[in-house]
Structures are given as structure tokens and as C-alpha cells.
Design a protein. Structure first.
Length: 161
């Protein structure tokens, strides 16, 4: 899935070689309904811990990020969004990877079919906005894409006011 490449880049007055992880991109989906936000809890081996985070996943070759978001959201959560809006994108680790994370907002959830990938073990968690605010304020949410989406959504709300 991932490839390492060497990239020679002019930095200042010299050429430097960088090792880059080529990544097809990923999605994260913020879903809010009836005053609660849908998160998933899963074990993340690199962090050596369970993490609460937004559902999402890796963009497949030839797939548009919006398609990925729909596929991954239903597959992980068992819900289908009636409306899916792009909030923007971020570069989670631009020092070593080409990964672009596309962040979406889902509305109008209706039941679909959960279809977890082989080996995927996650739990759906609905948190009230108040619970999520408290967890963010207390430093209990450690997933970067979730924090970025949280701030994007509340910046959007403050601009609408």
C-alpha cells in the first residue's frame, strides 16, 4: 500500500535527499446528530493504545475522496449519510509523507450495513457535544484528525453566528 521514495530537493544552496512515504490519502468524517458526535474507538498499534477518533480510511487507487468517505463511513459505522460535505484537507505529517487527509461532515444519518475490514476491531461511541468539549479541554482526545475536524466544525459554527 505504501511506498518509500527518495526525493532530491534544493534546500537553500544545496541539494538534500529526503525519504518520503508515498500515501494515496485518507478521509475522516465528522457526523453529528441530535447533539452527539459519532466516534470510533479502536486500538492503534503505533500509539500502543485505544483511541477515540473519527471514522474514515485510506483512499483506494482511482477512488475520489468523497467515495472513500462514503464507503468507509458506512463500513465502519453502519450508517449512510444523506449529505456529505467537504470541510477541507490537511497534511498530517508533511515532513515524511505525501498523505493528504480529506475531512468531511456527514448529516442525515440512516441505517446501513456495517462491514468491517478483516482484522478491524472497533466500537462505535456516540459522545454528547458537552462530553466531547470536556474531553478535548482535558487533553483526552489524542487523534490529530479528530481534533482538527472538531476545531473546523466549531469555527464553522462561530462564522454562522
Amino acid at each position: 500500500m505504501f511506498r518509500f521514495t527518495n526525493r532530491d530537493v534544493w534546500v537553500g544552496s544545496q541539494v538534500r535527499r529526503f525519504q518520503i512515504v508515498d500515501h494515496p490519502g485518507a478521509t475522516a468524517i465528522w457526523a453529528e446528530q441530535d447533539g452527539s458526535v459519532l466516534l470510533v474507538e479502536q486500538y492503534r498499534p503505533a500509539a500502543r493504545r485505544y483511541m477515540l477518533e473519527l471514522p474514515g480510511g485510506t483512499v483506494e487507487i482511482g477512488e475520489e475522496p468523497m467515495e472513500t468517505a462514503r464507503r468507509e463511513f458506512e463500513g465502519e459505522t453502519g450508517y449512510i449519510p444523506e449529505d456529505l460535505t467537504a470541510l477541507g484537507h490537511i497534511y498530517p505529517s508533511p515532513g515524511y509523507t505525501t498523505e493528504v487527509m480529506y475531512i468531511f461532515k456527514a448529516k442525515g444519518l440512516r441505517p446501513g450495513t456495517q462491514n468491517l475490514d478483516p482484522g478491524e476491531d472497533l466500537r462505535i461511541r456516540w459522545l454528547s457535544l458537552e462530553e466531547l468539549h470536556t474531553m478535548v479541554a482535558n487533553g483526552e482526545i489524542h487523534d490529530a484528525k479528530t481534533l482538527v475536524a472538531y476545531y473546523m466544525c466549531f469555527a464553522e459554527l462561530s462564522h454562522q453566528s
